[in-house]
Design a protein around this ligand. Structure first.
Ligand SMILES: NC(=O)c1ccc[n+]([C@@H]2O[C@H](COP(=O)([O-])OP(=O)(O)OC[C@H]3O[C@@H](n4cnc5c(N)ncnc54)[C@H](OP(=O)(O)O)[C@@H]3O)[C@@H](O)[C@H]2O)c1
Length: 333
């Protein structure tokens, strides 16, 4: 089969279309005929080698982190899915494989696709949706009446995070350029700051939690807008020592390197009297089923920026890497 393969670490030329063998489903796995696949910044960050310290891939490898499709075959012991089911998944981080006509995923990572979505919209939901859900529910424990700040609300994660935070009862403030302002307001953000004109730390104060999607200066600025004892969870900043073992199965050397690299940001958080954690989202079929419910009830909207044919996936990446997508970029097989 023709797949989009990461051949080495490097620039865009490090990924290319190649013929690879079709995978087969092992025990507990489902073979999915991929109908669409979502693109994510993590795909090009991994290609650039940004995750190399903590997450080394066995190359060459079929790339791609999330997909939607139809179950083609099931391996021994599979109980949750049958041939013909419409499914979606954030695939195993080490195996990847979504940018191909067929992919194999363990059944525990697979969810039943929302009935109301087509394959393209469903393919963009898993990675961003799980990230938003796990950050708001597990790391920030957002509850009714909270005031939550989300930086970068117009992107793949932000468009879902705004809606999920509102569903949890929060009031949401976010940053967006004029191109994204109408969108983030339509999703439920009540305070929208044009980050090109104003620093949000000059406008906001006394927030109960912050979800950082942009990193850099925004991450340290988020500490200044929180109540004492509140927390910023970042998915765009630096992983912390605690992530080494929990998320990357890495040893004490990696933990020490992350400890040193993150010392300054932890110090800044400490000085503001707030907490800082880095979240590396985890694939989960059970959490995907939690996301599918509100989608089918019309309470969670997917936002798809552009759909490219699979043959033009390199163009899709060039578009995503410009960093201005409103919602998700997807390829259709
Ligand atoms: N740790 C994890 O598990 C995890 C999981 C998912 C994502 N992430 C990370 O989270 C980040 C966001 O992911 P994503 O998929 O949402 O990215 P994305 O879709 O590529 O985000 C693009 C959007 O961000 C906006 N933007 C860019 N710079 C901004 C700024 N300084 N302030 C406000 N908005 C800004 C852009 O709007 P304009 O062009 O209009 O400004 C654009 O709409 C990435 O760094 C990604 O790697 C991490």
């Amino acid at each position: 089969m023709r797949a989009f393969v990461m051949t080495r670490y490097g620039d865009a030329s490090a990924m290319e279309m190649r013929d690879v063998p079709e995978p087969t489903a092992g025990r507990g796995e489902v073979l999915i005929r991929v109908r669409a696949a979502g693109l994510n910044p993590i795909d090009y960050k991994v290609r650039q080698g940004a995750m190399r310290l903590v997450h080394r891939l066995d190359l060459p490898q079929v790339a791609g982190s999330e997909l939607s499709g139809v179950v083609e075959a099931v391996g021994a012991g599979v109980t949750r899915f049958a041939v013909g089911d419409r499914v979606f998944a954030r695939v195993d981080k080490k195996k990847l494989g979504a940018f191909a006509p067929y992919a194999v995923v363990h059944e525990t990572l697979v969810g039943t696709m929302p009935q109301s979505l087509d394959f393209a919209d469903a393919a963009g939901l898993p990675l961003a949706g799980l990230t938003a859900l796990q950050a708001l529910r597990d790391e920030l424990a957002v509850t009714e009446g909270d005031r939550v700040f989300i930086s970068g609300g117009a992107g793949g994660v932000g468009t879902l995070a705004i809606q999920l935070a509102v569903r949890m009862g929060a009031q949401v403030a976010t940053t967006a350029s004029p191109r994204g302002q109408e969108l983030v307001r339509s999703l439920g953000a009540t305070t929208v700051i044009d980050y090109r004109q104003q620093r949000f730390r000059d406008v906001l104060s006394d927030y109960d939690g912050a979800l950082d999607l942009t990193g850099g200066r925004d991450l340290s600025d988020s500490f200044a807008i929180l109540k004492r004892g509140a927390r910023t969870v970042s998915v765009a900043g630096l992983p912390q020592p605690a992530n080494a073992r929990a998320d990357f199965d890495a040893g004490p050397l990696v933990a020490a390197a992350l400890w040193a690299a993150g010392a300054r940001i932890r110090h800044r958080a400490g000085r503001s009297g707030v907490g800082y954690r880095f979240l590396f989202m985890h694939p989960s079929g059970a959490d995907l089923d939690l996301l599918a419910g509100p989608v089918d009830q019309g309470e969670l909207r997917t936002v798809t920026d552009r759909v490219f044919p699979f043959e033009r996936i390199a163009d899709a990446f060039a578009h995503l890497e410009q960093g201005h997508a409103k919602g998700k970029v997807v390829v259709r097989m």
